[in-house]
Every structure is written in structure tokens, then in C-alpha cells.
Design a protein around this ligand. Structure first.
Ligand code: NBG
Length: 846
């Protein structure tokens, strides 16, 4: 159960040091041979003739060769030691590129660079050839990727289980200031790192009906009949632990038709069915739904969920049964972490397998299931809560629906026993209610652990969002504040700073981030401050070059880089940011001689394809950028840049180059945020509300080294529950705000005065009765403006700024995903630590 260690920021000490038994060996000569061989056999070319893409593939395959030995050794070791395994079930894994990170985790960076140099190749250029696998939307998917990195590095047996989407998160192009979604065909050149494993294929059934027959013992046996099915084929991707020889697996499932489509063997009815099965398979894994913090309610989405869950759960049980006899003890060797409600059908699928295939009784099956499943909640946003109409659910998954009905029946009985006659409790907590199947309620009812992702978020879950559940089952609830991997977001993304840190305090921080606190003694050191600021400057030059190349905009690396990169969502308030920039521009126009510290405002954000106000905000940012960047009066003092196609790869460049980290969500709405941690780790100062993990960041680094503004979550929730906020009053009383809002509809930024009207209406809503400014932008505007003033004044004292930036890096120790994972292990999963006893077999030469 949760408790003791949760809040101690630096207590997950040196776990990695104990784990690292052997640095993986890397044979440079063999690697070179392998690259040359690959170019020849894959492309019939010599090194000189091959295209950059072909060279990338050849190097990637050579690297996979080097990884495979460790992968096999690790899996063999797991087989022998038989440790408990976590299955991290997630619709999204936002892995980012594999090559650079794997090289770093193999500790082979120097050798690989040398080897490639000797072949006349440049690693950095090759890395840019790798598509960025974007099998996720935002923070939730990236968290899953950071967790896999930490699990491997800490030496825990783990599988990531997900979907092999053929098209990941769309590529964003900006045309005429608008977002245009372009398909991300990331598999077009194949994926060198994946292994297709048809020997572990599974059948997944949809539709039909449930038939019952009674066997000779009088038992009811349930079968699905008249269904359509697809074959789930697993593709395994290696997850390399840092420097410890451990390689875990991310297993993503692809759908293929069950039967080969041979025309002549089908009569008419079968032909129809065969085509349908083909189409079902073709559609299921085609594309990731591009919604972040939002539920779309599409039938195909439910198919995707059941598809990868059924395959993963079947495999987990089969794997267990290959070594063990009693399926009643399954939970001793396996645990399922449900990454949000998306994988919640796992609860019913495990029940189905245990009862229908292993003949456990309901009570036995429930005992196993409720000791296996654990649920993480990632949002309090109502529009993200998954609910499926009964009609759809029961038609698509008839047996699963039956099982959920029974879970619900028993759960409602429990509620009635606890709260006799209280219909309200049933209305709120029942799993099936009002014609809908409520996935969060199912997840909570069936899980042995329910966690939020930052301290404040967990408190809000307990007091507001999930209050009734918490009151009935307080023992399930616990907090696990999110974390990020310093291996990707500092060691790989910011090599200059990483080297500088290692020169000063050694390299323990790579596997033991709290160690980075030793940097604090350099915060006041003039020389260190200079060096630090110089590194930041060089990273800003690197980003400026990227921006010049991709946006055609010149930005001054000596200006303050003030950055907001994250998904576009109204609660994240990019609109407040750009409105404030409009205000600053007005100031500069009206007081041309004012003291103005040069600033570059950088945005990066994808909007869900159907989210009107989010897409309009992107257009507004680009329209304002057009006007401001081209206004000679501004004399280049202000620049606004919208970075196209924000993704994991360009994120690494952006964090390294940032001075100010914009974390300005409406308090209570951002469950945690993880970008905030990546900025901090790279020495940016937080400009934020007391929301999500910002609260804990400020606690670690001290109020004086962050810039906090705006309403508290209690105030926001107070207004939401009791009313009493009128944005019109602010509009009427504040001329600065009024001017900015009028500029949305008076042609300042678009000849079409109606273009930005929906944004104007969302803030004031003079025309309809629905609520206005639900994210309290006008309410927080003044205090945001004050905080921005403070931050600029502070920047002008470069020594003070450098000190603060160094302290931010030094105090980021708590926010490693190694700490988060260790807490999941200690307080939820109870995994066994694996130490490699054997070395990887010598690589076979070709
Ligand atoms: C997101 C939250 C973030 C949080 C990540 C990871 C969803 C549903 N939630 O604040 O918005 O950091 O999850 O926990 O995507």
C-alpha cells in the first residue's frame, strides 16, 4: 500500500548502482563489418553509393545485432529467475527515435561514433534519418516510454503492451497559419528494430452471441458463436537498460485477417464474411486516435482496445502457464498496470479467460483479477472519461459485456450494503448506469490500486472527482508523482550540459538523478555561472538554426527564449499566452522607447483534428506572429515562433535551449505535466500556476527560483462548484484586456473579422447562455502579466538568473522516472529485482 516513501524526494537512492552488474560489451570491428555487410545485402550497394536512408537502415540493423545478444540473455535470465513481471498496458507509447538512445544506453556512444567515422559516416546525420515513432499523443504516451526506460535500467522484468499503429500521430504542417494534418507513414521504409513474432499470434473475437452449454458436471460453459475474428501478431521492440546489459520488450500488436482469402473455396456467404474479416483486420491497427485528454467514443476505438488487450492478456496467462500449474496464483508472477481507462477491458478479459478457458469459479477468478489489475488515472477532465453505450458494447463484445454486467451486479450490492437506500451513490459509482458502461468505475472496482500522477492531482481525485470511491475504498488510493528519464532528456538531448555536469560532479546522476544535487555548490560560483550560460547560449544557437531552417524565421539567441510546448488544449491556456503577447505588443507600439528586454516566444503544439478552438488558437498564434515579426517598429525586440510538428525529437532540442518554461494551466486541470520536469532538468525557470507537478517542482527548487501566479486549485474548484465568476466584469474594468480582446474581432490580426470570433466568444460569450471563460483566462491574466514582468527583471541580472537556473537543474532529482518506477515497484507491483548472472553470448559473425 502507499505510504512511507511517497513524498521523500530523494530517497530512491542509487538503486541503479546495485543493479548495474555488467556494462554491455560492444565490438567495434564487428559493428563496422556488419554495417558494410548490411548495405550490401539489403540494398546491393557500397557505402559510397547508398542513400542516407539506406545507410541509416544498415547502421540500425547492425545496432540491432548488437542488442539482440543482450536481449536474448536477459530473456533467458528472466526465464530462469522467474521474477514477477509488470505488463504496462497502454494504448500509447511515444517512444521517439530508438537509435541514438539505444547507443547511449549501451554505453557505446564513443565506439559507435568512432566506428562510423572510420566508415566516413556521421552519427548525428544518420539519426535524423530515423522516423520518430509517434505512437502516442502527448504526456500519457511519453510517460509510458520513460517508464520502460526506467524499468530496464533498474532491472525489472516488464513488458510494454500496445498497438502497432500503421499511422502514428499525424505530422503537422502549418499552411497559411493553419494546422494541416498529414499522415505519418512511419513504417514506409520498414522498422529495423522490430521483430515480428508470428509464433505468438493470438485470435481475437468480435461480435456474434454467447452460447451456453451444460457439461457433465452441471457447469455452464460459455462460448462466443457467430463472431468475426482477427489474428493479432506481436512485434517486439527492444528497450535497452542503461549500462546494465538488460533489454526488455515493448510488444505492439498488429492485426491480420484470420484466413487467407482464397476466392474459389468460398460460397457466397463465406465470401462476404471473409471480406468483412479482411476489412476488420485492415482497420483495427491503422491509425492512432489523435485525441489528448479527450474521449471520441468511436466503435473502432473500442475494437482497438479489446484487440490489444485480449492478445496481451492471453499471452500473459499462457506465458505463466508454460512454467506454472495453478492459474489461481497468476497474480504472484504478473501484474497489469492500466494506463488510464483505455485498457480497462483487461479486467473482464482476464475474468473470461480464467472462467471460460481454465474453469475457475467466479470467486476464484475475481480473486485473481482483483489482485492483478492496478489503475492509473491521468486526468480529471470530464470529457476524457470513457463511457460506452450498452448497445455498442454488448454487440461488439457480448461475452465481455456479460461479465461486466455480473461485476456490476455484485458491485452495486456492495454499494447498497455500505450505503443502504442511497440511490445517489449507485448513480455515481455503478459500472453500468444510464445506458452506459463506465470504464473508470470498472477500473476502480476491479483494481487493487488506484493512483493519481502528482500529489495535488491525487488529492483532487480523493476529494472531488473520485470522492465516493475514495470514501468507500480508501485503501486503494495512492499517489505516484510522474517522472522523466534523464537519459533521453539530458544525456541524449543536451550533451553539452550533460558533459559539464559530469565534469563537475561525476556521472552518477545518469542512473541516480538525486545525485545531481551536488551541483548546488556551483550555483554561486561565477565561473560555473558563466559556463552554464554559455552552454545555454550554444543550445539556443542550435535551436535558432533549427528554426531558421524549418520556419524561415531569424531569432536572436541572446533574447529570452520563453517556451510553451505541449498539446494544444484550452485548459493548458496557450490562448492566455498569446493574448498576453498581444498585450505586450500593444505596449511596445504605444511606448516605442520603453525598456524592453528582447524576447522570443516559442510555441509547439498539435491540436486534435476536430477541436475547433484549439486549431483556431494555432491560427491566432501564427497570425500574431506574422504581424509582430514583420513590424519594423518592433525592431526585432519580440519574435514569435510556432514550431511545426512538435515531437519527441525536436522536443529534445527545445528543452535544452529554453530559459522560461510556460506551465500555465488552469489550476486543478493539469494532472501532472512532464514537460515541466524536462525544462527544469535543462535549467529553464518555471512560469506556472500551482497545478499538477508544478507544486512539487516549486517545493524542490524554492519559490524564489520559480515564478508562480494565478488562482489556486481550491479557488478554481470553488468557482466551478458555486459560480460567482463574471469575465464581463473584468472586460469592462480593464482597458488593456479589453483592447486585446477587441483585437480578436476588429481586423488587427485578420481581415476576416469573424475568424477569431469563436475565441472571443469562448472568453465572453455575449451571445449564448453557456458559460464563458471556463478556464479563467481573464481572471488570471493580470497576475500572469505581473509574473512575466518579474521574470524579465530577474533575467536582466544574469548572475541571479544563472544561479537560479543551476539550482533548477540541481533540484530536479525527484523528477526522474527511476524514482517513480521504484515507488510503483515498492508500493504497488512488488517486483523482484533481476541481476544478470551471465554475459551476453559472443555475437555471431556474418
Ligand atoms: C495526461 C495529463 C498530464 C500528465 C500525463 C501523464 C492524459 C489523459 N493525461 O498532465 O494531462 O502528465 O497524462 O500522466 O493524457
Amino acid at each position: 500500500m502507499p505510504a512511507k516513501k511517497t513524498e521523500t524526494s530523494t530517497s530512491s537512492k542509487s538503486t541503479t548502482k546495485k543493479t548495474v552488474s555488467a556494462s554491455p560489451r560492444f565490438d567495434k570491428e564487428m559493428f563496422k563489418q556488419s554495417v558494410v555487410y548490411n548495405v550490401k545485402t539489403l540494398f546491393r550497394k557500397s557505402l559510397e553509393e547508398a542513400s542516407p536512408q539506406q545507410l541509416y537502415s544498415s547502421v540500425a540493423y547492425a545496432l540491432k545485432d548488437a542488442i539482440i545478444d543482450h536481449w536474448m540473455t536477459t530473456q533467458k535470465e528472466y526465464e530462469e529467475q522467474d521474477p514477477k513481471t509488470v505488463y504496462y498496458l497502454s494504448m500509447e507509447f511515444l517512444m521517439g527515435r530508438t537509435m541514438g538512445n539505444s547507443i547511449i544506453n549501451l554505453k557505446a556512444d564513443t565506439k559507435v561514433r568512432q566506428a562510423l567515422e572510420e566508415l566516413g559516416l556521421d552519427l548525428d546525420l544518420l539519426e535524423d534519418q530515423e522516423p520518430d515513432p509517434a505512437l502516442g499523443n502527448g504526456g500519457l504516451g511519453r510517460l509510458a516510454a520513460c517508464f520502460l526506460d526506467s524499468l530496464a535500467t533498474l532491472g525489472y522484468s516488464a513488458y510494454g503492451c500496445g498497438i502497432r499503429y500503421h499511422y502514428g500521430m499525424f505530422k503537422q504542417e502549418i499552411r497559411d497559419g493553419y494546422q494541416v494534418e498529414v499522415p505519418d507513414n512511419w513504417l514506409v521504409n520498414g522498422n529495423p528494430f522490430e521483430l515480428r513474432r508470428p509464433e505468438y499470434a493470438k485470435t481475437v473475437k468480435f461480435g456474434g452471441y454467447v452460447a451456453v452449454d451444460v457439461d457433465e458436471n452441471g457447469r455452464n460453459n460459455f462460448h462466443q458463436e457467430g463472431y468475426q475474428s482477427v489474428t493479432a501478431i506481436p512485434y517486439d521492440l527492444p528497450v535497452v537498460g542503461y549500462g546494465n546489459g538488460i533489454v526488455n520488450t515493448l510488444r505492439i500488436w498488429d492485426a491480420e485477417p484470420v484466413e487467407c482469402f482464397s476466392l474459389d473455396s468460398f460460397d457466397k456467404g463465406d465470401y462476404q464474411k471473409a471480406v468483412e474479416q479482411q476489412n476488420l483486420a485492415r482497420n483495427i491497427t491503422e491509425v492512432l486516435y489523435p485525441n489528448d485528454n479527450h474521449y471520441a467514443g468511436k466503435e473502432l476505438r473500442l475494437k482497438q482496445q479489446y484487440f490489444f488487450i485480449s492478445a496481451s492478456v492471453q499471452e500473459a496467462v499462457e506465458k505463466y502457464m508454460r512454467k506454472h500449474k495453478d492459474v489461481r496464483k497468476f497474480y504472484e508472477k504478473a501484474t497489469f498496470q492500466l494506463n488510464d481507462t483505455h485498457p480497462t477491458v483487461a479486467v473482464a478479459e482476464l475474468m473470461r479467460i480464467l472462467m471460460d478457458e481454465y474453469y475457475l469459479t467466479w470467486d476464484e477468478a475475481w480473486d485473481v483479477t482483483s489482485k492483478t489489475c492496478a489503475y492509473t488515472n491521468h486526468t480529471i477532465m470530464a470529457e476524457a472519461l470513457e463511457k460506452w453505450p450498452i448497445e455498442l458494447f454488448s454487440r461488439l463484445l457480448p461475452r465481455i459485456y456479460q461479465i461486466i454486467e455480473e461485476i456490476n451486479r455484485r458491485f452495486v450490492l456492495k454499494i447498497e450494503t455500505e450505503y443502504p437506500g442511497n440511490q445517489d451513490k449507485i448513480a455515481k459509482m455503478a459500472i453500468i448506469y444510464d445506458g452506459q458502461v463506465k470504464m473508470a468505475n470498472l477500473a476502480i472496482a476491479a483494481s487493487y490500486s488506484v493512483n493519481g500522477v502528482a500529489r495535488l492531482h491525487t488529492e483532487i481525485l480523493k476529494k472531488e472527482t473520485l470522492k465516493d470511491f475514495y470514501e468507500m475504498m480508501p485503501e486503494k488510493f495512492n499517489n505516484k508523482t510522474n517522472g522523466i528519464t534523464q537519459r533521453r532528456f539530458l544525456l541524449h538531448g543536451n550533451p553539452l550540459l550533460a558533459d559539464w555536469i559530469t565534469d563537475h560532479i561525476g556521472d552518477e546522476w545518469i542512473t541516480d538523478l538525486p545525485h545531481i544535487h551536488e551541483l548546488a555548490i556551483y550555483a554561486d560560483d561565477k565561473k560555473a555561472q558563466k559556463e552554464f550560460m554559455n552552454i545555454k547560449y550554444r543550445n539556443k544557437v542550435r535551436l535558432a538554426e533549427y528554426i531558421a531552417e524549418h520556419n524561415g524565421v531569424e531569432v536572436d539567441p541572446r533574447s529570452i527564449f520563453d517556451v510553451q510546448v505541449k498539446r494544444l488544449h484550452e485548459y493548458k491556456r496557450q490562448l492566455m499566452n498569446i493574448l498576453h503577447i498581444m498585450y505586450l505588443y500593444n505596449e511596445l507600439k504605444h511606448h516605442p522607447d520603453m525598456d524592453f528586454t528582447p524576447r522570443t516566444f516559442i510555441f509547439g503544439a498539435k491540436a486534435a483534428a476536430g477541436y475547433r478552438n484549439a486549431k483556431l488558437t494555432i491560427k491566432l498564434i501564427n497570425s500574431v506572429a506574422d504581424v509582430v515579426n514583420n513590424d519594423p517598429d518592433v525592431k526585432g525586440l519580440m519574435k514569435i515562433v510556432f514550431i511545426e510538428n512538435y515531437n519527441v525529437s525536436n522536443a529534445e532540442l527545445i528543452f535544452a535551449a529554453s530559459d522560461v518554461s510556460e506551465q500555465i494551466s488552469t489550476a486543478s486541470k493539469e494532472a501532472s505535466g512532464t514537460g515541466n520536469m524536462k525544462f527544469m532538468l535543462n535549467g529553464a525557470l518555471t512560469l506556472g500556476t500551482m497545478d499538477g507537478a508544478n507544486v512539487e517542482i516549486v517545493k524542490e527548487v524554492g519559490e524564489e527560483n520559480a515564478f508562480i501566479f494565478g488562482m489556486s486549485s481550491d479557488e478554481v474548484i470553488g468557482f466551478e462548484n458555486n459560480g460567482g465568476y463574471d469575465p464581463m466584469q473584468i472586460f469592462n474594468n480593464d482597458p488593456d484586456i479589453r483592447r486585446v480582446l477587441m483585437q480578436l474581432i476588429n481586423g488587427t490580426y485578420s481581415p476576416d473579422t469573424e475568424l477569431f470570433r469563436p475565441l472571443y466568444n469562448s472568453l465572453l460569450n455575449t451571445q449564448s447562455t453557456s458559460k464563458a471563460d471556463t478556464y479563467f483566462i481573464l481572471k488570471d491574466f493580470k497576475s500572469y502579466s505581473d509574473a512575466r514582468k518579474r521574470i524579465v527583471d530577474f533575467y536582466n541580472d544574469q548572475a541571479a538568473w544563472a544561479k537560479s537556473a543551476i539550482l533548477n537543474v540541481a533540484c530536479s532529482g525527484k523528477f526522474t522516472s527511476d524514482r517513480t518506477i521504484q515507488q510503483y515497484v515498492d508500493e504497488i507491483w512488488h517486483l523482484d529485482k533481476v541481476e544478470l548472472k551471465r554475459k551476453a553470448a559472443t555475437k555471431t559473425t556474418k
